[in-house]
Design a binder for this molecule. Structure first.
Ligand SMILES: [Zn+2]
Length: 364
């Protein structure tokens, strides 16, 4: 706990503070629009709803992000929950909606700032990526664009606005909720930077199936916060595109554990990594299709596999087997392809493993 409290002081110094909450004067469906947030401005002991004005589209209209702030009646840690960076990943959006609905700000210490759908362009198209139309259609992985660019493309501007005008000064701990991508599936899985003990502590408060000790991805929400010395996790809640009640419930349970541990809420811890015996690996290998073809996958999420075990095969349009894939190493099945039609480089199977190389001790 001492390390977590120390972090708050370091974070305040590192991440600065906003001047004020700026209201544009507009309301949409009765909800006030803001262009900048400073939680210090808001009345305590209340749940606040806003639409945060993001980037603009080609006809000069704005993307508005749904923002909720539960501001506790007592001071404490400032927790940020983000969801919807990838538009086909909806379990996290529902988990964050449910968490906010469960909070009583009068009994909360600190604040919870929640975004339930950070990439409305992609969510509305049930698509992983943000589409831009400069020089024809192109798409961007919004979760590689943080901290954004003030004068960049629409998604780069949106990342810049979120980083500088929404999150800055309002974050001590960050949880970013995802799932695997369309055509593939994860268990309840967490990417966590184990080089920082307080991030390990946060990760192991979740009743996840698997955790990867992970040095991070440049430009992701998680890694951009970690680089700013603010502990953050990427939580992967299973399969994209549909809602999974078990994944959502476990994400809520772990998030409540985080708030209890940070002394934001009173209560007893629910299930954690130790109580569900989470498998923790430090390396992963993805077996990708080497050519196109229909895929048969012979393993399930969480299966333990031996080196050399047959994992998958592909067939051509006549049904002939054209390629077989064996495990390059022992490991645990972290992801499987769920779409049978697989182009070259598509994920067939991903394995999480414990690599004995000392360089991988805290994550490769
Ligand atoms: Zn994602």
């Amino acid at each position: 706990m001492r390390t977590l409290v120390t972090t708050i002081a370091l974070t305040l110094a590192a991440f600065g503070s906003q001047a004020a909450t700026l209201y544009t004067g507009d309301k949409i469906d009765g909800v006030p629009v803001i262009s900048q947030l400073d939680i210090k401005d808001l009345p305590a002991g209340k749940l606040h709803r806003f639409l945060f004005r993001g980037a603009s589209n080609g006809i000069g209209q704005y993307f508005y992000l749904p923002v909720q702030v539960a501001k506790g009646s007592k001071p404490g840690s400032r927790l940020v929950l983000n969801s919807g960076n990838h538009g086909d990943e909806v379990n996290g959006i529902r988990a964050v909606q449910n968490i906010m609905a469960s909070l009583n700000p009068e009994q909360l210490s600190g604040s919870v700032l929640a975004v339930t759908g950070s990439n409305p362009d992609a969510i509305n198209r049930i698509s992983r990526e943000w589409a831009t139309y400069n020089d024809g259609l192109s798409t961007s992985n919004f979760n590689r664009l943080f901290p954004g660019k003030e004068n960049g493309t629409a998604p780069e501007q949106q990342a810049w606005l979120m980083w500088n005008k929404l999150w800055q000064g309002n974050a001590d701990y960050v949880l970013d909720y995802h799932t695997q991508s369309s055509g593939t599936s994860f268990p309840f899985f967490i990417y966590a930077d184990y080089r920082q003990p307080r991030i390990q502590q946060l990760a192991e408060l979740f009743p996840a199936d698997q955790i990867k000790k992970d040095p991070g991805e440049k430009g992701s929400t998680e890694t951009t916060f970690v680089e700013a010395n603010i502990p953050a996790l990427t939580l992967e809640l299973g399969t994209p595109r549909s809602l999974d009640a078990d994944m959502i419930a476990r994400a809520e349970e772990g998030t409540h554990n985080v708030m209890i541990t940070l002394k934001m809420l009173e209560g007893k811890l629910g299930r954690t990594a130790s109580s569900v015996n989470t498998y923790i690996g430090n390396d992963m290998v993805t077996i990708r299709a080497e050519q196109g073809g229909y895929a048969d996958i012979f393993v399930k999420l969480g299966d333990k596999v031996e080196k050399g075990q047959l994992l998958a095969q592909q067939r051509n349009i006549f049904g002939d087997i054209i390629k077989k894939y064996n495990a390059p190493t022992a490991g645990k099945v972290l992801s499987v392809g769920t779409d049978a039609v697989r182009e070259p480089r598509a994920t067939l199977v991903r394995l999480l493993l414990q690599n004995p190389d000392p360089k991988c001790q805290l994550g490769c």
